[in-house]
Design a protein around this ligand. Structure first.
Ligand SMILES: [Zn+2]
Ligand SMILES: [Zn+2]
Length: 394
C-alpha cells in the first residue's frame, strides 16, 4: 500500500476524471440486464486499481471487495447500473446516444460515486473488516438485487450490513435525507382481463360490452385507498394502462387494465390485493362478464434498521453538518429493489440531494433529468466516512 491519501486532495485531483466517467456512462445507457459495456467499464476501473473482480452474478453484476483485517467481517456498499426505456430530451454533449434508452434515474452517477469510493478507500489505511462494492444490474423493474442474493452474494461476500444511496432531485445538492423504518414502498403490479362479447357498435344488445365494466372498475378501485384501509397507513392504487378495442365501430371482446398498488407495509398490500379481487369479481358478476385478475409481486418495502440508520445519520452530521442532514424525511411511495437486501441484512438506504444550487432539477424518470456532477464528491465522502465509521462503531 502506498502512503494514505488526504481525501480532499484526492477528490480535487480526481474530480475531472470522475465527471468524464459519469458523462460517458450517461451517453451510453443500457437497459436492465444488458449493462455489458457498463459492467466492462466498472470491472476495468476496479481491476486497474488492483481489485480482484467477481463478474456474472445476476448476469451483468460486478463485485469487488476491499479486504479488511478480519475477512469474516464485511459490509456491502451498493450501486445500480441500469438505465430506463425513455427517449432523452436533453441536447447537451453527453446526452444518450442510444435511441429510446436513458439514464433518467441517475444510476450513472451512483456507479461513478461508488467507483470513486472504491478508489479512495483503497488508498486509505486498512479497515478492521471488508468493504464489498456491489454494482448490481436490473434495479428498474428487474429485481437485480434479489438475483444477486440468489446467486450467492452474501455467501461469497460475508456481510453484516448493507448500505444504499439514491440521488434525490427535490433535495438540494450538498444535503442528505434518511429515516428509520420504511423509506420506500412495497409494490405489486396487476393485470385484469375482462371478457365480454364483441358486437357491432350499433348493436350492443347482441354482445356484452367490456368497456363500461372496465370504466366502473377503474373508478371503484379508487375507493380502495380511500375507504378500505386505515387512513393513517399510506397506499396508492394506480390504474396506469387501459386497453380495449382497435377501432371506433366495433365493441371489443375484451378489455385489459394494468397498474400498481404501493404501500409501506406488506399486510396492507395483501389486504388491498384481496379487496381489488373482490370488487373486480363482484362488478364482473353484476355485468354478467368474467374477469381474470393477475398480480405480480414487485418489490418489498425498503425498510431501514434503527441502528444502521443512526450510524448513517451520525456520518452525515459529522461530514456535512446538521443543516445538511434531514433525519426524518417522509417515506416515498416509489419502490426500490434494495428492499430485498434490507430483508436479508440490516442496513440503511439514504437520499443524496441532486438539485443544482438555487434550482429544481427535472425529476427522476423524466426525459430532461440529469445527474448532478457537483455531488459526486459528496457521495464519495459519504461512502468513505460510512465505511470508516461502521468499523469504528463496532
Ligand atoms: Zn428509477
Ligand atoms: Zn433509481
Amino acid at each position: 500500500m502506498t502512503h494514505p491519501i488526504d481525501l480532499d486532495t484526492w477528490l480535487a485531483d480526481n474530480e475531472t476524471a470522475l465527471r468524464t466517467l459519469r458523462r460517458d456512462l450517461h451517453a451510453h445507457p443500457e437497459l436492465r440486464f444488458e449493462e455489458r459495456r457498463t459492467a466492462d467499464i466498472v470491472a476495468g476501473y476496479l481491476t486497474s486499481l488492483g481489485y480482484t473482480v467477481e463478474r456474472g452474478m445476476a448476469g451483468t453484476g460486478v463485485v469487488a471487495s476491499l479486504p479488511g483485517k478480519d475477512p469474516s467481517r464485511g459490509i456491502v456498499l451498493r450501486a445500480d447500473m441500469d438505465a430506463l426505456p425513455i427517449q432523452e430530451a436533453n441536447t447537451f454533449a453527453h446526452a444518450s446516444c442510444h435511441h429510446g434508452v436513458m439514464h433518467a434515474c441517475g444510476h450513472d452517477g451512483h456507479t461513478t460515486m461508488l467507483l470513486g469510493a472504491a478508489h479512495a478507500l483503497r488508498q486509505l489505511p486498512q479497515l478492521p473488516g471488508s468493504v464489498h462494492f456491489v454494482f448490481q444490474p436490473g434495479e428498474e423493474g428487474g429485481a437485480g438485487a434479489q438475483k444477486m442474493i440468489d446467486d450467492g452474494l452474501f455467501e461469497r461476500f460475508p456481510t453484516q450490513a448493507v448500505f444504499g444511496m439514491h440521488n434525490w432531485p427535490t433535495l438540494p445538492a450538498g444535503e442528505f435525507g434518511l429515516r428509520s423504518g420504511p423509506i420506500m414502498a412495497a409494490g405489486v403490479r396487476f393485470r385484469i382481463t375482462i371478457r365480454g362479447k364483441g358486437a357491432h357498435a350499433a348493436q350492443p344488445h347482441l354482445g356484452l360490452d367490456p368497456i363500461p365494466l372496465a370504466c366502473s372498475m377503474v373508478l371503484q378501485f379508487q375507493t380502495l385507498a380511500a375507504r378500505h384501509k386505515d387512513p393513517v397507513s399510506a397506499a396508492v392504487v394506480s390504474v396506469c394502462m387501459v386497453h380495449a378495442g382497435d377501432t371506433d365501430n366495433v365493441i371489443p371482446d375484451t378489455a385489459e387494465l394494468r397498474g400498481t398498488i404501493r404501500t409501506l407495509c406488506s399486510t396492507v398490500l395483501g389486504q388491498l390485493q384481496n379487496d381489488m379481487c373482490r370488487i373486480g369479481d363482484g362488478l364482473a358478476a353484476a355485468y354478467g362478464a368474467s374477469i381474470e385478475s393477475e398480480f405480480f409481486q414487485y418489490y418489498p418495502a425498503t425498510v431501514n434498521t434503527r441502528e444502521e440508520t443512526a450510524l448513517c445519520e451520525r456520518v452525515m452530521r459529522e461530514t456535512f453538518g446538521d443543516a445538511a442532514t434531514h433525519a426524518d424525511v417522509p417515506p416515498n411511495m416509489t419502490s426500490e429493489d434494495f428492499g430485498f437486501m434490507l430483508e436479508a441484512k440490516p442496513g440503511a438506504y439514504v437520499l443524496i440531494g441532486n438539485a443544482p444550487r438555487g434550482e429544481t432539477g427535472a425529476g427522476l424518470h423524466h426525459p430532461a433529468y440529469d445527474f448532478n456532477d457537483g455531488i459526486i464528491g459528496d457521495g464519495i465522502r459519504y461512502w468513505v466516512a460510512l465505511a470508516q465509521a461502521y468499523y469504528q462503531s463496532k
